[in-house]
Design a protein around this ligand. Sequence first.
Ligand SMILES: [Fe+2]
Ligand SMILES: [Fe+2]
Length: 193
Amino acid sequence: MSDLISQIHQDHLNMARILKLINSEIEALAAEEPRNLEILDDAMRYMINFADKIHHAKEDIMLSRLREVAPETREMIEDIFAEHQEIFKKGTEFQELVRAVEFGDFVLRDKIVAKGTDYVNTLYAHMSKEEENLLKRAREVLTDEDFAELDLNHGPEVDPLFGEKIQKEYKDLYTYIVDQYGDDWRHPAHRVV
Ligand SMILES: [Fe+2]
Ligand SMILES: [Fe+2]
């Protein structure tokens, strides 16, 4: 399989892990149970800085090529590009609410729960559409030559949380998820830099 497709697929698995964590923090908020706003803020920082900026940039490269080679995908790919903007906006707005609560501002619980739930559901639906339709189609129609060129264009994987090198700014989030979800979430060769 191409490097690029493998990375996109692995990113989706990792993003689903973070969405699970975000969802459980939202449920705790909704139930007025203890919740960890710093971790929720870190999780959203990862989603905005990695998923929105790096993961979606990789997809944009691959989907632009797919759109040329398989014109029947054009409409869906244009929807996906629009959703990338929408997800960034929803994620940023949700993170702003999380930070407001963290800094002691009054935010209606229903508002933050609704915003967070909408963000999580939108991103799950988006990733399913990509996995079930576009990645599948890309594997069918893109050639080894296409992938060789695309792999050159997008560069190496740089996941700052689930990659080999964990960036210091994600250390607390990393420790939290390994504590919560166990060693399955640990990169086999991880180290904090
Ligand atoms: Fe996407
Ligand atoms: Fe994606």
